[in-house]
Design a protein around this ligand. Structure first.
Ligand code: ATP
Length: 797
């Protein structure tokens, strides 16, 4: 990021010309990637180009042998050149963030697979003076890109030999820079945890299945839903977790061929029905197979459920609905960060460095070896082909196997009978603080997982006041049915803490013999843990393991990179800002100052600002002063002066609620209005509690499930039984059976990169700014600089 200061980048005295193309299947977020590449290139002093229609548009008229002569007769993408390769200016990509698909077009191109196609593409690039190509596409597109680079010297040689170019013309282009961005809805690329478009696709699938679920419940029907993924089950797996499906079929872990899986599935679904479930959802990936590689289709499964279980079963093939629509905030942010990094990689490229692919590993943007990634991606399909399913699973990203195990662990209603009474724990679950998307999903997963492992789960209603009043009830597997898609808090939540009445909190925990406690909530849940931890000497009932699963839209709990609810919240802010921007553009010359929540943490402001392309972002970490407001006004004056001839674009400024005590949202907006004179005006939009969102996003649902299951494992591990086999303590006055005073037994469950880590509150206290209710260090703050780059705020960089 530091190196992103504007500087004229030249290559041998020439201005660098960087082109981007999108290729293969379209993926939501590709436009955000194009925008980021174009803008980062311009900020770096380079010229940016977009290659329309991928390697080659409409090549259906191409017949017979592909030669240089036949190709030249056609009007085709990179292979054609000409006006298919267009210079891009800053404002050309103005609206790109919110648009699905790819504006510059994509295609599958037979000609580029053949050398003559690549020969012509090389010629066209040189004619336009382009010396670097960023390719956004799937593994096929990136394979082609890499082949193009490796053949480059020989392509140039041949072009000279064939008199297509002169030696002087090729001389400055001896080395071609290629950088890959992975745009693919399947999330099937190796060496990256996530690809551009996959999360949006998951949104579409979950929205569809949520809709199907309500009709399924109404009519007590079964639905078999086919989702995309020819060789990769990521979408089916994550959708299975995020929608609470009964069964999933993925190619990496197929059921054993034969009769057994059919019987197992029917038995499982019957068990769910006997428990009172009114709907059945089975998700099948389009590439699903059995262990003998025989396809398992949606039709087979529909027939099976109809014939064996006599369920009214319907089949839904989601098809291209999955690809469509406006990108999720996650994909906009991912593509923006990766696009900027792609330009950095181009400028750092050397002839002896292998072509890089921009990846996301452990929540960090990284460069990896493109060709290695492509090879390892192919290895998954090969492993499946030779029925090495274990190998195929291992080749997926590290959390794939864990997610699959988690799905199995809670999708079935299978109370374990291996746990005798002495092993069985009594686990209390409580929600604390403001509601956040994913709270219910976490309660559901914790309850089902605990239940399936022979533990008893107690729902504590209405936070600590509820606990004090003894509102505690044992939960069963079906009690949480449907909770995964519910926003808010089904248990009820509020900001009160144990200090309200520590004695009564302790009394009730003891009375119900709660042997471990799961607190799902934000900063109040964290400080509740601290209060009880500090009172352990006085109240032995607090000498039990406790885990805080961070759930707050402010993302201000120490010990985690993300809290539950943040993704849902950023998505709702982005949806609101897209509408405001549209209104502002329609009204002409309007700047919306949008106020967002977040307390003293600017997380929501920065992330939503990045996802909507905000002109300026005010956060508590930086504050607001007159000098900054002046810069913003000057910037707006300049931009609206440039816009004057065109459409006077609407603009968004995001202001964190607590960015400044003096410069309120109203005051900021009034200053902008006043200083804008006739050039532009300003309105405010205070989003308020809308930001908590409605139904939780798929990411919050899957994160909640993962955190809940790993937290229950933690609680069980840290519960030390004092008196094995003692009677039911609900009727006993002998105190809790579990007694653990170890500081490491009161923790925050944090997401760090790809892992869940548990850190004791005692350790975290050293990294907590208690006054401002947030961690002393945050990683997301670095993204603010990328917002500045993409808004051309060189005055703030
Ligand atoms: P998706 O994941 O959506 O399928 P993809 O990029 O894998 O995207 P493909 O159809 O496999 O989609 O590839 C897109 C284009 O990349 C092809 O039409 C072709 O032009 C080029 N391409 C693919 N493989 C090669 C190859 N081995 N050599 C040269 N070009 C290739």
């Amino acid at each position: 990021v530091a190196s992103l200061n504007p500087a004229l980048e030249t290559s041998g005295g020439r201005k660098r010309k960087i082109a981007i193309l999108t290729s293969g299947g379209d993926a939501p977020g590709m436009n955000a990637a194009v925008r980021a590449v174009v803008r980062a290139a311009i900020v770096k002093g380079c010229d940016a180009y977009a290659v329309h229609e991928g390697y080659q548009g409409n090549d259906t008229t191409l017949k017979g042998k592909i030669t240089l002569t036949t190709l030249k007769r056609h009007r085709l993408g990179l292979v054609d050149g000409g006006d298919m390769i267009k210079k891009m200016e800053w404002d050309d990509v103005q609206d790109y963030l919110s648009i699905g698909g790819t504006v510059i077009g994509t295609a599958r191109c037979a000609a580029f697979r053949e050398r003559p196609g690549r020969l012509l593409a090389a010629k066209n690039m040189i004619k336009k003076g382009i010396d670097a190509l960023v390719v956004c596409g799937g593994d096929g597109s990136l394979t082609g890109a890499n082949m193009f680079r490796s053949e480059w010297p020989s392509l140039l040689e041949e072009l000279v030999k064939e008199n297509e170019l002169t030696a002087e013309e090729i001389e400055p282009f001896a080395h071609l820079n290629i950088v890959g961005l992975v745009g693919s809805i399947d999330n099937d690329m190796h060496s990256t945890d996530i690809t551009i478009g996959a999360v949006t696709c998951l949104h579409r699938i979950c929205e569809s299945i949520d809709s199907i679920s309500s009709t399924a419940s109404s009519h007590s029907r079964a639905f078999v839903v086919e989702v995309m993924g020819r060789h990769c089950g990521w979408l089916a797996l994550m959708a299975g977790i995020a929608t609470g499906a009964d069964f999933i079929f993925i190619p990496e872990c197929p059921p054993h061929a034969g009769e057994n899986w059919r019987e197992n599935m029917c038995a499982e679904i019957k068990r769910h029905r006997d428990l009172g479930k009114r709907k059945t959802i089975v998700i099948v990936c389009e590439g699903a197979i059995d262990s003998e590689l025989q396809p398992i289709t949606a039709k087979d499964l529909t027939d099976l459920l109809t014939e064996r279980l006599h369920l009214d079963t319907r089949m839904t093939i989601l098809g291209h609905v999955q690809r469509g629509g406006s990108p999720s905030s996650f994909d906009r942010i991912l593509a923006s960060l990766q696009g900027v990094e792609a330009v950095e990689a181009v400028l750092a490229s050397k002839p002896d460095i292998p072509s890089p692919m921009i990846a996301m590993c452990e929540n960090k943007i990284k460069r990896v070896d493109l060709m290695k990634a492509v090879k390892l991606t192919g290895d998954v399909a090969k492993a499946i082909g030779r029925r090495d399913f274990e190998g195929a699973m291992e080749l997926r990203d590290p959390s794939f196997i864990e997610n699959f195990k988690h799905f199995l662990a809670i999708s079935s209603s299978n109370p374990s009978d291996t746990n005798d009474n002495t092993q069985s724990l009594r686990i209390g679950i409580i929600n604390v603080g403001a509601p956040a998307g994913g709270m219910n999903a976490a309660v559901r997963a914790a309850a089902r997982y605990s239940f399936n492992n022979g533990h008893k789960v107690f729902a504590i209603s209405n936070g600590f006041p509820g606990l004090i009043a003894g509102q505690i009830k044992e939960m069963k597997w079906m009690d949480v049915d449907g909770w995964i898609a519910q926003g808010g808090s089904e248990l009820g939540t509020n900001r009160d803490q144990p200090s309200l009445d520590l004695g009564m909190v302790s009394y009730q925990l003891q009375k119900f013999n709660i042997q471990s406690l799961l607190l799902i909530g934000g900063f109040e849940a964290y400080t509740s843990c601290i209060e009880m931890y500090n009172a352990r000497d006085t109240y032995p009932a607090f000498c039990i393991p406790m885990v805080n699963i961070p759930a707050t839209i402010s993302n201000n709990v120490p010990g985690t990179e993300y809290s539950l609810g943040t993704d849902t919240s950023v998505n709702s802010i982005v949806t609101a800002c897209d509408a405001l921007k549209q209104s502002a553009t329609a009204s002409r010359k309007r700047v919306f100052v949008v106020e967002v929540h977040g307390g003293k943490s600017g997380f929501l402001a920065v992330m939503s600002g990045l996802a909507v392309g905000a002109t300026s972002i005010y956060i508590p970490e930086e504050g607001i002063n007159l000098a900054r407001l002046q810069k913003d006004v000057r910037h707006l004056c300049r931009r609206y002066a440039e816009d004057a001839e065109t459409k006077n674009q609407g603009r968004i400024i995001i202001r964190s609620q607590e960015a400044s005590k003096t410069y309120s949202t109203d005051i900021v907006s009034s200053i902008i209005k006043e200083e804008g004179h006739q050039q532009f005006d300003s309105r405010t939009a205070i989003l308020g509690h809308v930001q908590q969102g409605n139904s939780p996003s798929p990411l919050d649902r899957t994160r909640a499930t993962r955190l809940a299951i790993t937290s229950v494992d933690f609680l069980v591990k840290h519960a030390r039984h004092r008196s094995p086999g003692s009677p039911n303590v609900a009727e006993s006055s002998s105190g809790p059976e579990v007694f653990n005073k170890d500081p490491e037994s009161v923790v925050v469950a944090g997401l760090h990169g790809n892992k869940v880590n548990f850190t004791s509150v005692e350790k975290l206290l050293k990294h907590t700014d208690l006054k401002n209710r947030k961690p002393t260090h945050t990683v997301w703050l670095e993204c603010k600089q990328i917002c500045n780059v993409l808004a051309r705020r060189t005055d703030l960089m």
